[in-house]
Write a protein that binds this ligand. Structure first.
Ligand SMILES: [Zn+2]
Ligand SMILES: [Zn+2]
Length: 304
């Protein structure tokens, strides 16, 4: 049974808007025992072009999504949030760019847990990387998945979906966790219809808000890099995300997380303002708590 199956959907959405409210609801109805067995957590450990990783967890299963910072830094940030790295059940990889995979070989070796990635992503990574002896690192427990095909890790259902980005086989993920839905989509040049469909009905929605178009145009990057970032297989601008919020977003998430912000070509407050304006236009601002994932430190865990 879904963890929140006995709470009407509308009530659950209302209650999850404010941290702690859901807990009070269960207490007031004498359901504290049930409550203890229901906890969905999303922790944004690092986000940006210098490294990405996050955890998505149920009470029983904890998944690391991307391994873009060193093993040591991943462990440090998890511990700072009170999360035990050795409680991780699996590592999931979105694509082979180093800001998503840099720490993978060491993390996989230390934790000895399955690593889930697509065949093309694995090949691209294996071609590009060598260990200190100049050899290709092996993944002890590798599980291949295919975009569009859902699979199960513990009690979490994972659905990978294709995103437009200049990597071998890049994906975003949605997770079905104890009755809630979490969506993560970063590193995408635009938001195609298929991605919009996958992201419908999320309770936590992590979306890329990479750059402000004007800051990128006037910024220090060489023109070729600017073109790549702005292209249909580059990164999502604040403006493109605002357009998604205005035209295609279902306003259903209790938490919207802006992620993969460029340190050169964006500013957290610029990204927040743009997103909040778009959500307010839809009358949805008060239904969404907008959070900003950061590069230099982990975000306080989101709990549902
Ligand atoms: Zn990338
Ligand atoms: Zn990236």
């Amino acid at each position: 049974m879904s963890k929140l199956g006995f709470v009407p959907d509308a009530t659950r959405r209302e209650l999850t808007k404010v941290p702690g409210q859901l807990e009070s609801y269960f207490r007031s109805t004498g359901r504290t025992r049930m409550l203890r067995s229901m906890c969905v957590t999303v922790s944004m450990l690092a986000s940006g072009s210098r490294g990405n990783c996050a955890t998505v967890a149920s009470t029983r299963t904890k998944i690391l999504v991307d391994a873009g910072v060193s093993c040591r830094e991943t462990f440090k940030r998890m511990k700072a949030l009170g999360e035990e790295p050795h409680s991780l059940s699996a590592i999931l990889i979105t694509h082979e760019h180093s800001d998503h995979i840099y720490g993978l070989a060491t993390l996989a070796k230390k934790l000895r847990i399955p690593v889930f990635l697509t065949g093309a992503t694995h090949s691209a990574w294996a071609r590009a990387i060598r260990d200190e002896k100049g050899e290709r690192p092996q993944l002890e427990k590798m599980e291949r998945f295919e975009s569009g095909h859902k699979f199960q890790i513990g009690d979490i259902e994972v659905k990978p979906f294709t995103i437009p980005h200049d990597a071998a086989d890049p994906v975003g993920f949605t997770f079905r966790v104890e009755g809630s839905k979490v969506g993560i989509a970063t590193d995408l040049g635009y938001v195609p219809v298929s991605v919009r469909d996958h992201l419908r009905g999320c309770d936590v929605l992590v979306m890329e808000s990479n750059h402000d178009l004007e800051m990128l145009r006037l910024g220090p990057y060489p023109w070729s890099v600017k073109q790549r970032v702005m292209s249909r297989v580059g990164h999502l601008s604040n403006e493109a995300l605002a357009d998604f919020f205005t035209n295609d977003y279902d306003n259903g998430a209790a938490f919207v997380v802006l992620a993969h912000l460029s340190e050169q070509n964006n500013h957290p407050e610029v990204a927040r303002r743009e997103a909040e304006r778009a959500l307010a236009n839809r009358g949805g601002l008060f239904q969404n708590r907008v959070l900003l994932a950061a590069q230099s430190e982990a975000l306080e865990p989101i709990r549902l």
